[in-house]
Design a protein around this ligand. Structure first.
Ligand code: ADP
Length: 760
């Protein structure tokens, strides 16, 4: 057993023990001690020993003690059996069992093993989890009855269950698989097969239980989905298909295919490419690239026409979706085909409508363009009109601003809405003082408030032309000739007046003067003309002998009258020429003394004739004057002085040089205003013509310088003269920048002064 010969083995316990495996030695000794001490009934142990060849052998040692009568141990006698093979087999079996156990425990199925007598041999963890075996039954190792009962209680059909077990036990060769329904709805898959040795011995059965509830539910859901899908695809009007990417096989085609293609689904299954043949020849060209694109991993869509067997054409829209396999390759093509014939028709109709609309829009645009152009033209015209209006308005305004006429705008309440600059100039009021004010309040305060301001009254009392006296700001009265226009709004209502007025104050004065002049002149003319007329009539009628004294007297009268007329006309013409500025002064350097002497010379005869002494004290001084005209002034004044002097009296003609300052003491009423207008350093020659005649009443001192003004109307008749002499004198003196005035006392005589500015 150990490979040693008997001679090689010494009869020594220690040597014997040395053959023992070190791990087992202690166990053998302890077991022996326990036996000897009566602690165990037998002496038996399995232990390992070393074989001579070094291998380990398992031995089974059994012994028994030989005791004497006092039960003292004398010998141990026993046998040793080599159980190495048995031990190895047992070890292998244990390993296999352990592995089986692990397998069982790791299995996802519940596993139950029963022996040939239907007794439970084992079950795994999963088994009692599935069958919800209570802990107490598990620990009560293999209590068959209770375990079976626990299972049966959960079943819907326990009898069938048991029947099947019996049947299978009777037919050990059978492999079975069935489903078990639980009361709570769970479903188990049961698989059972016989356990047989290689030799064919029957050791019982193995039962697998798998909870397939979820799988079943998923299956049911899947079936339901499939059902729904089928219902959907079978009922929708769209075609649904699944086919191979190269169109070599159709896996599914929904019944709508038959409607759209007008061909049976079966025909497509049989001939998977037959759907392509039905496509309109014109669209076939587009199809090839589309079919290639099917292999791309993205959604595709394509529109094309189907020609049905009947010839009817249908428009479709196909959309395809690739389905990928595990490797990510396209291995199916799913797609939906929609009949878009109606849509296309609507589209076509829409297109038609759109075309019509576009045509309409174009037409309308044309019209609008035309209108626009017209409007543009109108706008241009309007702009032009506006520009013209503005220009016209500007002209009017300029005219209004510059015109020497009064222009005023009034509303129906007589409120001033406009007043031009000339109106403000004439009236002395500013624009601000006029605009917004009532016309009557400003210019005719006496009338304001009395005249009703209602527009109807104004319209009734409206006169195109009228004259009106206007009170200026300084209280002066100006005579205005108005020309009025009614202003009307677009609908004809009167909205006010525009009046244009001419300041005719001066003209009216002149008119008056002209009237007076004519009456005076005609009067002045009539006297000599009557005399001439009478004389000439008498002579021409032959009533008077031409050679007689009477005739000579008459002729003299006629001649005097004629002279007087000539004189009158000369004077009038002189004055007219002077006043109208037709006489141009010929200023030359003249010695005033010489002029005085000449004047006295000229008047000497007349003075002597009237028995008046003429005295002069000339000063020699050169003046820039028109000598003839100044001489005319002097002779005129001397003539008057002589005329109005009584015989025996004296007339003086004097001259002196005076400064402006010294003149201020002089009395002449108009002198001071004359002097105030002259430079104060001017030096003057003051000529004086003094008489001792009848004098001039105070109130006539100014007026005698006016035309045809005489102190006494009889003067012209008695003294001769026209009443124009002084007017002529004044004009001449004024034209020389000088001044003429008179100082007089009635009955004591007069003194006429002529003041002429002397040259520097
Ligand atoms: P006439 O030709 O009438 O003299 P004037 O213009 O020379 O015209 O004189 C106007 C009037 O003035 C005279 O008619 C007279 O009444 C008055 N007058 C002029 N000079 C004198 C004078 N030296 N003495 C008194 N009265 C005079």
């Amino acid at each position: 057993m150990l490979g040693y010969s008997e001679a090689e083995l010494s009869n020594d316990i220690d040597v014997w023990l040395s053959y023992f495996h070190p791990e087992d030695r202690q166990a053998v000794l302890e077991m022996t001690d326990a036996y000897v001490n009566g602690e165990r009934a037998d002496w038996a142990i399995e232990h390992r020993v070393f074989h001579k060849d070094g291998s380990i052998r398992w031995l089974m040692a059994r012994g028994t003690a030989i005791q004497d009568q006092e039960e003292t141990f004398l010998r141990l006698i026993g046998t040793t059996t080599d159980i190495t093979e048995l031990k190895l087999t047992e070890q292998a079996l244990r390993r296999s069992n352990a592995m089986l156990k692990v397998q069982q425990d790791a299995a996802i199925d519940g596993i139950l093993i029963t022996d040939e007598n239907q007794k439970i041999v084992s079950y795994n963890q999963r088994f009692y989890h599935i069958w919800r075996i209570p802990e107490n039954i598990i620990s009560n190792t293999y209590d068959d009855y209770q375990l079976r009962q626990t299972v049966l209680d959960q079943l819907k059909e326990p009898e069938n269950f048991l029947k099947k077990i019996d049947y299978l036990n009777q037919h050990p060769e059978m492999i079975s698989q069935d489903e078990i329904l639980c009361k709570d709805g769970r479903i188990f898959d049961r698989y059972s097969a016989a356990i047989k040795s290689f030799e064919g011995d029957n050791f019982g059965r193995i039962w697998y239980f798998r909870d397939i509830t979820e799988i079943k539910q998923a299956e049911a859901a899947l079936r339901q989905n499939e059902q729904k899908f089928l219902q959907l695809t079978e009922n929708i009007r769209d075609v649904f298909f699944i086919m191979a990417p190269d169109c070599s096989q159709v896996f599914y085609i929904s019944p709508a295919y038959e409607v759209i293609w007008g061909r049976s689904c079966v025909s497509l299954y049989e001939s998977p490419k037959s759907w392509i043949e039905a496509i309109h020849p014109d669209d076939q060209l587009n199809l090839l690239p589309a079919l290639k694109a099917l292999l791309k991993p993205e959604e595709q869509s394509l529109e094309y026409r189907i020609v049905q067997l009947t010839g009817e054409i249908r428009w479709v829209l196909t959309r395809t979706f690739p389905i990928f396999d595990d490797m990510g390759r396209v291995h199916r093509i799913a797609g939906i085909v929609r009949d878009i014939t109606e849509l296309k028709q609507i589209e076509a109709e829409l297109k038609q409508y759109q075309d019509q609309l576009e045509a309409l829009v174009i037409e309308r645009t044309k019209e609008l363009n035309a209108i626009n152009q017209q409007l543009q033209q109108e706008l241009r015209q309007r702009e032009q009109t506006e520009a013209t209006l503005r220009e016209s308005e500007r002209r009017w305004r300029t005219l209004m601003d510059d015109v020497r006429l009064l222009v005023v705008g009034l509303d129906t309440q007589m409120t001033i809405t406009y007043a031009n600059p000339f109106l403000t100039e004439v009236t002395g009021y500013s624009q601000a003082e006029l605009v917004g004010k009532n016309w009557l309040d400003v210019f005719s305060p006496s009338q304001s408030g009395q005249a009703p301001h209602q527009s109807d009254f104004l319209v009734k009392s409206f006169r195109v032309h009228h004259q009106e006296a206007l009170l200026t700001k300084v209280g002066e009265i100006r005579e205005i000739a108005w020309n009025c226009t009614l202003l009307r709004s677009a609908n004809g209502d009167i909205i006010g007046f525009l009046s244009i007025g001419e300041d005719i104050t001066e003209r009216a004065l002149i008119e008056r003067m002209k009237d007076e002049f004519i009456s005076v002149v005609s009067h002045e003319f009539r006297t000599p003309l009557t005399a001439i007329h009478g004389a000439v009539d008498l002579i021409s009628d032959g009533l008077v002998d031409l050679q007689s004294d009477r005739a000579r007297q008459l002729l003299e009268i006629a001649s005097e009258g004629t002279e007087r007329l000539v004189y009158l006309v000369d004077n009038i013409l002189d004055l007219e020429r002077l006043e109208s500025g037709k006489v141009e002064l010929v200023k030359r350097s003249c010695d005033i003394g010489e002029l005085m002497l000449r004047a006295v010379d000229l008047m000497q005869f007349s003075a002597e004739h009237s028995n008046v002494e003429l005295l002069t004290f000339p000063i020699s001084l050169n003046l820039q004057i028109d000598g003839d005209l100044i001489l005319q002034v002097l002779t005129n004044l001397l003539s008057n002085a002589i005329k109005f002097s009584s015989p025996g009296s004296t007339v003086w003609l004097n001259a002196e040089l005076r400064g402006a300052e010294s003149l201020k003491s002089e009395q002449g009423s108009s002198l001071s205003s004359y002097l105030s207008a002259c430079p104060s350093h001017t030096v003057y020659v003051l000529l004086s013509i003094k008489d001792q005649g009848r004098g001039i009443p105070f109130d006539k001192i100014e007026t005698i310088f006016e035309r045809f003004q005489q102190v006494d109307v009889s003067d012209s008749r008695q003294k001769g003269g026209t009443g124009l002499g002084l007017a002529i004198c004044r004009n001449i003196v004024q034209q020389h920048g000088g001044h003429i005035w008179v100082e007089s006392m009635l009955g004591a005589g007069s003194c006429f002064y002529v003041l002429l500015p002397a040259s520097e």
